[in-house]
Design a protein around this ligand. Structure first.
Ligand SMILES: NC(=O)c1ccc[n+]([C@@H]2O[C@H](COP(=O)([O-])OP(=O)(O)OC[C@H]3O[C@@H](n4cnc5c(N)ncnc54)[C@H](OP(=O)(O)O)[C@@H]3O)[C@@H](O)[C@H]2O)c1
Length: 266
């Protein structure tokens, strides 16, 4: 089967989750401006309808909770009707912080359910439609929005970081398996982006970027055919360098940051 071009070279059908807000909403706009057809998901219908009214005939409004089996079954029917789907961008996510003084496994589970299990279930739903694209000799691409947060053991991020670490491993392992079928897998690992998800953060967010900038960087990476996209480099390179230090130094740094944050926000 041919691998001559990328999905984004010509108008294609793309499934995007988390299209109602933040990075996903800006990605949706940019993809629609480029002439693609979007199957746009999120739990809230209204922002999806707004996209559809601004880009008539280009949007299939497909509200869904990606942790809900019934919603995913409905989505699967949509994919079957619109197959081939050439790209799926699994961007839906949440960030719930743990307060270790009131340890709650539920907080960790919420992160895992939305960010990890929801994404895995989304893969199950869309894979047949991506395979259909390959059957028709078209390129097919699965894009998984993870995070660079788990590269450093930030306090309170036990649940969020664990869910994104699991998601990244899952995606990279899946990349090995799907390579046999010519389905590309890209992992996106953003730093801090100004969205409703980070609005609640009460700590300094170094190198914070705007969501339209994040969307541009993701699309630029995808158009170049990158399998790993991380940004902004000032942040992700710093994390990579810190990660190369001995663990006890990393631990001391992380504990100091947590202590400072606790003093600032008792
Ligand atoms: N902002 C950052 O600094 C940052 C950094 C690294 C990675 N990320 C990742 O980037 C992705 C987008 O985040 P964002 O910052 O743009 O956050 P956001 O503005 O809060 O958007 C999150 C999106 O996910 C959707 N969503 C959440 N739970 C869902 C569920 N159960 N089913 C379906 N959709 C669901 C939301 O839609 P509904 O509410 O309509 O369901 C919303 O569209 C996330 O995966 C996040 O972890 C963000």
């Amino acid at each position: 089967m041919s691998e001559r071009h990328h999905v984004l070279d010509v108008p294609a059908t793309i499934w995007l989750t988390g299209a109602t807000s933040g990075i996903g909403n800006h990605l949706a706009e940019a993809l629609l401006r480029d002439g693609h057809h979007l199957i746009a998901s999120g739990r809230r219908r209204e922002p999806l309808e707004q996209l559809a009214s601004r880009f008539p005939h280009q949007v299939t409004v497909a509200p869904a909770d990606t942790t809900d089996a019934h919603d995913l079954t409905r989505l699967k029917e949509t994919f079957e009707a619109q197959a081939p789907v050439q790209m799926a961008i699994l961007n839906a996510g949440t960030c719930e912080y743990l307060d270790v003084r009131h340890f709650s496994a539920e907080i960790v589970e919420k992160n895992m359910t939305t960010n990890f299990t929801g994404s895995v279930r989304s893969v199950e739903a869309v894979l047949p439609a991506l395979r259909e694209a390959r059957q028709q000799d078209l390129p097919a691409h699965l894009v998984i929005v993870s995070s660079s947060a788990w590269w450093f053991p930030f306090g309170r991020a036990e649940g969020y970081g664990a869910s994104k670490a699991a998601l990244t491993y899952f995606a990279q392992s899946l990349r090995a398996d799907l390579a046999l079928e010519g389905i590309k897998v890209t992992v996106v690992s953003p730093g801090f982006v100004k969205t409703p998800l980070t609005e609640r953060n009460d700590f300094p967010m170094p190198f914070l970027i705007q969501p339209n900038d994040a969307a541009d960087r993701i699309l630029k990476g995808l158009k170049k055919g990158a399998t790993e996209i991380d940004f902004p480099k000032r942040f992700t390179l710093t994390l990579k360098l810190l990660g190369a230090l001995p663990q006890r130094l990393v631990d001391a740094m992380a504990a100091r940051m947590t202590r400072k944050s606790r003093e600032d926000n008792p």
